[in-house]
Design a protein around this ligand. Sequence first.
Ligand code: G6P
Length: 367
Amino acid sequence: DTAEKGGYPDFMLKEIHEQPRVIRDTLAGRLDGGSISIDELDMSSEELHLVDRVYIIACGTSYHAGLIAKNLIEAWARIPCEVEVASEFRYRDPIITPTTLVVAVSQSGETADTLAAIRDARVKGAKVFGITNVVGSPVARESDGVIYTKANKEIAVASTKSFLGQVVSLTLLALLLGQSHGTLTTRQIKLLFSELADTAEQVERILADDSAIQEAARACADATSALFIGRGMGSAISYEGALKLKEISYLHAEAYPAGEMKHGPIALIDEGFPVIAIATRGPVYDKVVSNLQESRARGAMVVAVATEGDEEIKRHADHVIYIPKVRDAFSPITASVPLQMFARCIALERGCDVDQPRNLAKSVTVE
Ligand code: G6P
């Protein structure tokens, strides 16, 4: 057992530590000269150029990878992109034309709702790309093209390394669409790709010192509820942070775009209520800081995930978890990692089995 876990106390921690390797493997061979190459997609650049609408469909953690990708696809390729949970998508009548690209994201490649959504989309004439971790899985077989996330087998039920593999794969897809739509120059693509590759080392640095994460986790472990907030990329990251926490620690957590706090969740805040904020330096930093001030004025205990070197944030937070500075587009890769570790530490503090949470299954092959 210990050998299988590579010397780690649980699979979750082992898999969290594999993430720099997953980033490197997912990117290997993808930049050919100055262009992104994803040959497995089996779509000519002319066909790609015609894509005028993207739907990303997925469940659970994979859905959160989609929320991140929406921002990148719209920013870099200027194509409207919607993200939808598969169990909703399949039961409504989405607008699908021959130039619609459906991207189905599934770690296991066998989630029943995601598969059904793929079948429906293809019947309606969409081209479907699958992003999965399992070679030869139904999602891979039933899609027109597939990208493998190179996470290797994931054992812990709550997904960590597969999620990162999905985010990196979807980032590649966004770059490819930017390339095919002429909205990114070769120079921009090279620069973005090289910064994307640098995240492997940045994640290694985060993994090397978990003391601030442990301290913040201990402070939150006895709470009955927690709120995760962020804006822009930060809001997508908070959804995944909250999901990870509730999955493995059974501590009720919800995520909200920080700007929506005043429309409801702020009523939850009283003395000591944990508010976990994605407060990295970026276009919405100041706005998030004002949400932290509002939270603290009501007694919240604030944990901020912030950018290294940001001293100002200490005035607005009880606990600060610093991560290396990256471009906003890549902040989900770095900021998600401490939140995975945070959830794991809280779960352990609460005596939970982090690899096999109650009531959850690794793959959900029934509706
Ligand atoms: C289950 C797992 C989650 C996963 C979700 C979607 O709920 O417990 O970790 O995110 O299914 O699975 P998929 O394999 O389609 O990504």
